[in-house]
Write a protein that binds this ligand. Structure first.
Ligand code: UDP
Length: 248
């Protein structure tokens, strides 16, 4: 059965949801708006309360990305690796906010970090994360992979494989994958479904290349969808066609 048939044929048991930091603030702002976080949390809580197991990989771009400190003329006082660690810490700040927002909506949640910080969160241990998921707890994964020079997209692909999820859901601010940026090019064509090879041959940017290659190599289906539209996550989990599905 193809991933497309699976998508509509059987209920989705477990997903990995990748949330970019930019979902945590209004468009073109930075930082954390608890309105935005609460809206996201209520979508996640709604789906979790119906029995879908959810692990969330949290981004940090609303606070900082390591690459922004890369000075081409060598003028930055912050080493590039240090900047990436700062980015990972940003994901922990976001993860903490999402943790509390989910719990305040009555949804049992665990925050786990790839960089050990005992006073803040549990360390990420795969089997423990699986146990939390089986018990119906939302698992928020922060700190990315715990290593510099990669993004949280790569962490999302890696954890999706480790946690044996049915789909990697990538939440974005547009409706899915287009032939060009729909905000800049009104003739951009929307793709409801693509194969991994289509996306590569047409040079479509779905997620960072390392992450995308991991999903392709292990046949992990990816659904790219617009998280700003309330109810989209719920619709997608129920098998309605939302966003762009990328599978073999
Ligand atoms: N980061 C890292 N290693 C990881 C994950 C993240 O070094 O495993 C750093 C990297 O600098 C990245 C930043 O953390 O730019 C924030 O993550 P990302 O840019 O993926 O956040 P998003 O764009 O999803 O909000």
């Amino acid at each position: 059965m193809s991933a497309e048939e699976r998508f509509t044929a059987k209920p989705i048991k477990r997903i990995l949801l990748k949330i970019s930091g930019e979902s945590f603030c209004p468009p073109s702002e930075r930082g954390i708006s608890m309105d935005s976080v609460n809206r996201l949390a209520s979508q996640i809580a709604r789906v979790a309360s119906r029995g879908t197991q959810i692990a969330v990989v949290m981004g940090g771009g609303n606070i900082l990305r390591g690459a922004q400190f890369k000075a081409s003329d060598g003028a930055s006082a912050i080493q590039e690796a240090t900047a990436h660690y700062m980015g990972m810490l940003a994901t922990v700040i976001n993860g903490s906010a999402l943790h509390d927002a989910l719990e305040s909506q009555g949804r049992p949640t665990r925050l786990m970090t790839a960089i050990q910080m005992d006073a803040v969160a549990e360390p990420y241990i795969r089997r423990r994360a699986l146990r939390h998921l089986e018990k119906g707890r939302v698992v928020v994964l922060a700190g990315g992979m715990g290593t510099p020079f990669v993004t949280t997209d790569t962490a999302a692909a890696q954890r999706a494989l480790e946690l044996e999820v049915d789909y990697l859901f990538k939440a974005t601010k547009v409706d899915g994958v287009y032939s060009a940026d729909p905000n800049k090019d009104p003739s951009a064509v929307f793709y409801p479904q693509l194969t991994f090879e289509d996306a590569i041959s047409q040079n479509l940017r779905v997620m960072d290349q390392e992450a995308f290659a991991k999903c392709r190599d292990h046949n992990m289906p990816v659904l790219v969808f617009n998280f700003r539209i309330d109810g989209n996550l719920d619709r997608a989990v129920r098998g309605e066609r939302v966003g762009t599905l990328i599978c073999d």
